[in-house]
Design a protein around this ligand. Structure first.
Ligand SMILES: C[N+](C)(C)CCCC=O
Length: 495
C-alpha cells in the first residue's frame, strides 16, 4: 500500500510513481525480495517524505541486489516527524505506567508472533544468518517485556523538611527522543532504544542506518497496532544530513546513537548546541583474555562467540585475543579448526552460520585491514580472503572467509582502536573478579561472551561512549528528575 501526503518532493513523487507500477507484495527469498512500500513512518502510517536530502539505495548483501530505493528525509520531513512526535508525547506522558506497560506488552507479543518474518527481513537486509537474526529478535520482545515491567516503577521520593514542610521528586519523561541506529543490529537497536524511551513516557523519532532501512518500519507498525498514540514512534530514513536535522531540532530533548566513534563525536557536538543529553553506544576493539586454567572447550566457544557473530560486525567483539603461553598452541589449533568449519552461504538457509559483510566498501575495508596487519607482521592462520559461494545467485555477494590472525607481540593498527568490553575464561573466580575490577571497560564477561540478557546494562567506557542501554539504569537516561519544595509555614523573606 502506498501513502502520500501533500507536497512531497519531486524525487519522492518519482519514487512513489515507480512503486505504483510495481507489485504490492515482496517475496521473502534470497534474490527476490524487494521493498515497494514507503519506508518513512509518520503519524501512524507509512509515508513518502515531504522533502528530500538525497536518494539512497539499500542492498541485499548476499546477492548485491538493490532491494529498496528511498528518499532521505529533508528538514521539512524531519520537522513534520518531530511535530507528530511532540503531539503524541502530550497524550502518552499522561498515561499511567500500567497503561504504557499494557501497550508495550502487546507490542512484545506482536514481535513474538512476527518473529520469523522480522528475522527474515533482517537477514536479507543485513546479511546475518537467519539462525542468528531470530536470536536477535528474541532480545527485542524481551526488551519490550522488561521495560513494560519497569514502566510503573518510575517514582520519586518524599523528603521531610523542618516545621512540617517537605519536598518530593517526580521522575518525568524528557519529551521527543531521537534514536539513530546502526546497520549491524537494525531491529534490535530500534527496540533497545524505543522500549525504555516509551516506557518512561517519551516519544521517539528513529532514523535507521541507510544501509538497513527496512525493519524499523515494521517496529513502527507493530507499535501502532499495539495501540500507541498516532505519531508516538516515527521513522525517518536518511544519512548524515537527516541525522543533523534531527540532532539540531529545537524540539528534540535527547539523542541516543549507536554507531561509529567519529559519527558519535559529531552527534555529541551537534546535540551540545541545544544542551541535549546524549547516549553514545560506539565501537570498540575489545581484548579477550584466556587464562591457562580455563575450560579449553568453553574458552574456544567463547572466542568464536566473541568474534564471528554478525560476520564479526559487532561493536563489542573480543577481537584481540590474549592467550597464556602454556595453552596457546592448543587453543589456536582449535579456534582455527572451528573457524574453518563455519558454514558460509545463503543467510536464509537454516544451516548457514555466516553470511556476507554489509556492503562492498566494507568488505574492501576489512580486506585492507588484513593486508595492513600482514605488513605489520601478522600471520594469516585461516581465511581473510574473498569467498565466492557455489550458488550462482550469490556470486555478487560481499562474502569473506572468517579470518584468524597470529599477531606479533607488538601492537597492530588492526587491533588498537578503542575500549569497550572484556572477557576472560578462568576457573579461578578470585582472579577473574580481581582482574575485572582493574579493567577500563563498560561490560566484562567472565566465562562467556556476547550474550545479551536485557536485564543487564550494556555500554562502553572511554571512546566507546557513555550512557547505557538495557537494565534498570536506562530509565535514568530517558527521564529527568523534578524537585518540588513545599512550604507549610509562612515565607521568611530576607528582604
Ligand atoms: C547483541 N550484542 C552481540 C551484544 C551486540 C550489541 C550491539 C553491538 O553492536
Amino acid at each position: 500500500m502506498l501513502f502520500l501526503r501533500a507536497g512531497p518532493s519531486s524525487a519522492a513523487v518519482a519514487v512513489a510513481a515507480r512503486r505504483a507500477f510495481l507489485p504490492p507484495c515482496a517475496a521473502m527469498n534470497t534474490g527476490s525480495f524487494t521493498v515497494w512500500d514507503a519506508l518513512n513512518f509518520r503519524g501512524g502510517s507509512r509515508v513518502e517524505p515531504a522533502d528530500s536530502s538525497g536518494t539512497e539505495e539499500a542492498y541485499e548483501p548476499a546477492t548485491g541486489r538493490v532491494i529498496a530505493t528511498f528518499e532521505c528525509s529533508g528538514k521539512k520531513e524531519v520537522d513534520l516527524a518531530v511535530k507528530c512526535s511532540k503531539l503524541a508525547f502530550r497524550v502518552w506522558r499522561r498515561k499511567s505506567g500500567m497503561q504504557r506497560s499494557r501497550v508495550l506488552l502487546k507490542a512484545a507479543q506482536l514481535i513474538r508472533e512476527r518473529k520469523d518474518e522480522i528475522a527474515t527481513v533482517e537477514s536479507i537486509n543485513n546479511g546475518k544468518s537467519i539462525f542468528e537474526a531470530r536470536l536477535d529478535i528474541d532480545t527485542c520482545w524481551q526488551c519490550l517485556e522488561y521495560y513494560a515491567g519497569l514502566a510503573s516503577s518510575m517514582a520519586g521520593e518524599h523528603i521531610q523538611l523542618p516545621h512540617g514542610s517537605f519536598g518530593y521528586t517526580r521522575r518525568e519523561p524528557l519529551g521527543v527522543c531521537v534514536g539513530i541506529g546502526a546497520w549491524n543490529y537494525p531491529f534490535q537497536i530500534a527496540c533497545w532504544k524505543s522500549a525504555p524511551a516509551l516506557a518512561c513516557g517519551n516519544s521517539m523519532v528513529f532514523k535507521p542506518s541507510p544501509f538497513t532501512p527496512v525493519s524499523a518500519v515494521l517496529l513502527a507498525e507493530i507499535y501502532a497496532q499495539a495501540g500507541v498514540p498516532r505519531g508516538l514512534f516515527n521513522v525517518v530514513q536518511g544519512g548524515a544530513a537527516t541525522g543533523e536535522f534531527l540532532c539540531q531540532h529545537p524540539d528534540v530533548a535527547k539523542v541516543s546513537f549507536t554507531g561509529s566513534v567519529p559519527t558519535g563525536k559529531k552527534i555529541m557536538e551537534l546535540s551540545s548546541k541545544g544542551v541535549k543529553p546524549v547516549t553514545l553506544e560506539l565501537g570498540g576493539k575489545s581484548p579477550l583474555i584466556i587464562f591457562s586454567d580455563c575450560d579449553l572447550e568453553n574458552a574456544v566457544k567463547g572466542a568464536m562467540m566473541a568474534n564471528f557473530l554478525s560476520q564479526g560486525e559487532v561493536c563489542c567483539n573480543g577481537t584481540r585475543v590474549f592467550v597464556q603461553r602454556e595453552i596457546l598452541d592448543k587453543f589456536t589449533e582449535e579456534v582455527v579448526k572451528q573457524t574453518q568449519n563455519i558454514k558460509i552461504g545463503d543467510p536464509l538457509l537454516e544451516d548457514t552460520r555466516m553470511g556476507p559483510l554489509i556492503n562492498q566498501p566494507h568488505l574492501e575495508r576489512v580486506l585492507g585491514f588484513i593486508e595492513e596487519a600482514k605488513k605489520q607482521g601478522a600471520e594469516v592462520l585461516c581465511g581473510g580472503d574473498v569467498y565466492v559461494p557455489e550458488d550462482p545467485k550469490l556470486k555478487n555477494g560481499y562474502y569473506m572467509r572468517p579470518c584468524v590472525l597470529g599477531m606479533p607481540s607488538h601492537p597492530c593498527s588492526l587491533a588498537f582502536y578503542g575500549t569497550a568490553h572484556h572477557r576472560f575464561p578462568s576457573r579461578d573466580l578470585q582472579r577473574a573478579h580481581r582482574v575485572v575490577a582493574e579493567l577500563q571497560a563498560g561490560v566484562c564477561y567472565i566465562n562467556n561472551y556476547n550474550v545479551s540478557p536485557v536485564e543487564l546494562p550494556f555500554g562502553g567506557y572511554k571512546m566507546s561512549g557513555f550512557g547505557r542501554e538495557n537494565g534498570r539504569v536506562t530509565i535514568e537516561y530517558y527521564s529527568q528528575l523534578k524537585t518540588v519544595c513545599v512550604e507549610m509555614g509562612n515565607v521568611e523573606s530576607v528582604f
